[in-house]
Design a protein around this ligand. Sequence first.
Ligand code: 1HN
Length: 357
Amino acid sequence: MQSAGIAGPVAETPQWRAFYERIGHKNLAPLWLSLAELVTPEPRSPCRPASWRFDEIRTAMMEAGQLITAKEAERRVLVLESPGLRGQSRITTSMYAGVQMVLPGEVAPAHRHSQSALRFVLEGSGAYTAVNGERTIMHEGDFIIAPPMAWHDHGNPSGTPIFWFDGLDVPVVQFLDASFAEHLDVDKQPITRPTGDSDARYGTNLLPVNHRGEGGTSPVFNYPYSRTRDALERMRLMESWDPCHGLKMRYTKPITGNHAMATMGTFIQLLPKGFATAAYRSTDATIYVPIEGCGRSVVTGRDGEAFTVDWGKRDIFVVPSWHHVRHDAAGDAVLFSFSDRLIQEALHLFREDRGNA
Ligand code: 1HN
């Protein structure tokens, strides 16, 4: 059965309807009416290609700043919802995304939950996030992790607002009905380790001699952009560009070399000025956040309709599952991205196609 899919008979006689009605009362349903929708020949996502301009989000966030404090809101965030998934707090079927703002002097109080969170700093510096007893200072382009059930709170002692992108596995945890959350009775969690401790212990190609434990989330929780950017710049000298990705690296857990987080694959990518990628598609819907440069991406789905995004620094766009994407960098560009790729890999579901659109 190559591309036909699985078609079901459609029964629409009064006799059939009476039967469906009778079994419906027993919480039974006929598979033959839903099989073709359940088992599709290829992904048919309700997630749509979409993009958001940072300047528009920023304006709305500043308005929100007049209406509610970070503390009142618990987290002052505007959620990025896929146009095909409105009202569900989803940017893709499996991932949540939002933009958070903390104004000078504000705090976002300490809590913890089963959901994993990533932050990618968009604008501002000098604010902190504290994770499991250690504070890290946030700078533009830093990739920061709050692992499942880790206490975390944020504060901004700097003189300017800070904005960052939040990515969470909220829909996955919701799907699995595995959500737990707690609040601390103080806004700021007790600080038990000096800033930089986890980086020194785990992020310098050294490990404590008796360190055990391999699974879960990386013990390094800030991957500073200064280091990431320098690495990309040195690697570019080799000019070993991947036709589909330019120079694309994944953030890793230093202990195993595996993905930095347990449920979200996180990536950083350099596209040199003038580079145009070949068409690529994969089963992991991907959220892109350019942090340097500008360019154009064209996203094409099954219907062949092209969605064009002209993006600049801090804009956000989504490529749904099994949609072709081509990127074209007008100037040297750096893109952060994340997806559910490692969940799909663990379940042997991940597929990619490096052919032409
Ligand atoms: C959360 O805890 C944060 O800690 C941000 O900054 C966004 C969205 C959904 C659920 C928890 C944060 C969140 C969130």
